[in-house]
Design a protein. Sequence first.
Length: 448
Amino acid sequence: MNGAILAPEKGMRFDELEVSAPPPIALHPSRVTPEDIASQAFAAWRTNVLKASSFPVLLGSILAVGILLRLFLPNGFTGVGFDENLYRTYILALDRVGLQQYPALIDGFIADQLNPQHQAILPPTRLVYIVGGYFYYHLRAVAPIPALRALSCDFSIFTLLISALFCWRLTRQRTFTAGVTALMACASTQIHFGQHALIDGVFGFWALLVIWLLWENLKQPDSIRWQASYAVALAFLVMTKESAFFVFTAVIGILGCNRWLGFGYVTRSLVLMTFAGAIAGFAMVVIASGGVEQFALVFELLRQKVPVLPYTIHTGGGPWHRYLVDLVLVSPFVAILAVANLLQPQRRDGAQRYIAAFSCLTYAVLTAFPDGMNLRYIVMLDMPLRFLAMIQLFALSANWGRQKKILLLCAVLGLCAYELWQHYVLFVKGGLYELVTEGLVRAQEIIR
């Protein structure tokens, strides 16, 4: 595919490109101390097999292995994907007109989409990925595709690091944190998104960072540092992808149900920071688009064209459990353990309720839009699902008797090995680029 963008004064166009396709808030004026936070730490299964001295070494080793897998594991798809070609086109256009003329990309997009003969394509409103790829393109002195893939790989590594830190802050449990980090290190989808110029892994990082920082603010409501970091992360989330709507809705849902689920303390400043961060990110996107009218026109054109896109019609439909089917196809044991944990009637502590609430709220919002479904959109739940799966695995291990520690280690290693096997089956042998149900089924030879 030879997509190209010409400067607007020369008649910008795109060739052969396609799209991949507040409730009442509970306010609590009371405050918590660090001692309160420690006393509320993950109390469900205290299985600290690891000594404090050995934990940093083991965790560092797991992180190192995860990074190496992202850098050196082979993949079967070696061509240039549709989305990759489009992002390359945007970077070359931005290099031609300059950052200060970013609205020219929007003008070119609108001119193309106004042509009834042209199909829907991804909008250049995804500032973080396009501008980030532009800087990688210049700083690394490589072609746009390798620059974008390097950017995706770096964010996949950042996601792994944030997952370990978030899990530790949630639980303060050494063995549990090491287990969740190991599952994230070997997650086939995370490795896949680190190997290709796809925005979803980058978006997943910002979504995970926002949810972690929201947790910190709920536990430490007086911290200006946490509030400012949270607002900045929200702004970058909005500037990364329009799917930020799903995460923002889940955030508002968490704030709204805090009164009943008791995650922490919601303050007026936290609510203000939530909206201020999102509005700041939205304002940057509008400015880069050249104004409100241009921005509105971009999404009006997408609203008209995406539902009739042949690719969307062929691959994007399905019932509410479509994502569950896809998750089971890619990571069956993780998905089954996570769902089993969600269905358990047990009493949950704050960390479990928080992760479960975010997972369920995000899933509910995603499935409210039945057209254009794709497993890539739910990659933001990779860490939460593995967190829930590990809780269930620890619960099952309570019945394993004297060999509990050895069997638990073997179970975690088995899950990691199976994730890597799935990466081989789906992405090396199967050569998948897109994660639609048909491809996942064929790659595993369920149908041939």
